[in-house]
Write a protein that binds this ligand. Structure first.
Ligand code: CTP
Length: 392
């Protein structure tokens, strides 16, 4: 197996003194190229890192330009990377990344690479816990950046707290795990719908359901990390879209249908995770309905998007979801048949709205894979395992 390339970004935390050791250990699992920031140079010498990594250390965005008129080193490095690991990552670097600032080689690389990014923060506890940093971390996580640590322990200030760089052994192990991740969806286009739809009855009101969109977004992230091209058609949610996905917003079932039809042709896989409202108000009032008297709201059927596209299935793999309050297996199997699906993911209503899910994956032959309670991220991985096997 050819060696994988790890770009190790070192930023200006006191934990940067561990970077030489980290580079040495990473060399056991791949080829290591170190990129350091200006502030990191206060704690660790490029020469030592070059020795530890066995490669030239990249110290500036313009170094090669000055010497060789090389203008695109950030692009070639970004393309070479199989993993971009930032350890230690300071509060400043995390915040820059969360806002797309690219003012040095490392932050520019982060924008330019398609490789997975693993961030190992190290800072004082108060800095770590401050809401602005927590918000930036949450933002990056939602976009598919991974984090390891920080760990609890004695900090540079002498105090105990959360903020230490994760143990080097754990960082190396996690890096190795990411490098070995399956890339079995490369060149595949995965179309995913997620979230609820909203069906207006007047300019300010709508009917909808409790879908959070989390399952569909987890599927999008998981498909991206396996190398798939992802189109995510999303109903209104509170979630941040994963970076790398083509995201299309749709409010109503009609809008969602239009976008699904438009994107179905180029898809290899369609995962219909959205909780599409089955009905919409027959009439959409132009003016706000006044609360003066009783009235009856007449509803009409929305199109069944999945059923409609299943007639043009071709070689595509179709996956549906069934949320049921009763007769889970029986109802799910009926939907699988009726909508001509390859798989249906059945989940009991009792699990709705949680971070975890207990699902059963049912295939065409009626075989049932019972999964235990798992985080949605893990459920997504299991569903994609099945899809990837069918694509082979
Ligand atoms: N679905 C769809 N369009 C609809 C309704 C549902 O594409 N108008 C898709 C969902 O995304 C899901 C599957 O069909 O993958 C099953 O959705 P569900 O609402 O459970 O089933 P329905 O067919 O609407 O049946 P019912 O509501 O009667 O249980």
């Amino acid at each position: 197996m050819p060696k994988k390339t790890i770009i190790l970004g070192v930023t200006g935390s006191i934990a940067a003194v561990k970077a030489e050791n980290l580079a040495k250990r990473l060399k056991e699992i791949g080829r290591v190229i170190v990129v350091i920031t200006e502030a990191a140079k206060e704690f660790v010498a490029p020469e030592g890192l070059a020795k530890a990594s066995g490669n030239r250390v990249v110290t500036s965005l313009f170094e090669k330009y000055r010497k060789e008129r090389e203008t695109v080193e950030h692009i070639s490095l970004a393309e070479e990377a199989d993993l971009l690991l930032i350890a230690p990552a300071t509060a400043n670097t995390i915040s820059k990344l969360a806002n797309g600032i690219a003012d040095d080689m490392l932050s520019t690389l982060v924008l330019a690479t398609k490789a997975p990014i693993l961030i190992a923060p190290a800072m004082n506890t108060n800095m770590w816990e401050t809401p602005i940093i927590q918000e930036n971390v949450a933002k990056l996580k939602a976009r598919g950046y991974r984090f390891i640590g920080p760990a609890f322990g004695r900090l540079a200030s002498g105090r105990m707290g959360k903020g230490r760089l994760a143990p080097l052994g754990r960082i190396v192990k996690e890096s190795e795990r990411i490098l070995k991740e399956k890339k079995d969806l490369i060149k595949k286009r995965i179309l995913i719908t997620a979230g609820p739809t909203q069906e207006p009855l007047d300019p300010v009101r709508f009917i909808s359901n409790r879908s959070s969109g989390r399952m569909g977004y987890a599927l999008a992230r998981a498909a991206l990390s396996r190398g798939g091209g992802v189109t995510l058609i999303s109903g209104p949610t509170q979630l941040l879209p994963p970076s790398g996905a083509e995201v299309i917003n749709a409010q109503t079932a009609k809008e969602m249908r239009r976008e699904v039809l438009r994107n179905f042709k180029k898809a290899d896989v369609f995962i219909s995770c959205a909780a599409v409202a089955d009905y919409r108000p027959k009439k959409r009032e132009k003016k706000k309905i006044k609360g003066e008297r009783n009235f009856t709201l007449e509803l009409e059927r929305n199109p069944d998007i999945l059923k409609e596209v299943s007639r043009k299935k071709g070689k595509r793999i179709l996956v549906g979801f069934a949320l049921e309050t009763e007769n889970l297996i029986k109802n799910a199997k009926a939907k699988l048949r009726e909508k001509n699906l390859d798989l249906i993911v059945a989940n009991p209503y009792s699990q709705a709205g949680r971070e975890t899910n207990i699902v059963k994956i049912i295939d065409k032959k009626g075989r049932i894979q019972n999964l235990p309670r798992l985080p949605k991220k893990e459920v997504a991985r299991r569903i994609l395992d099945r899809i990837a096997r069918m694509l082979k």
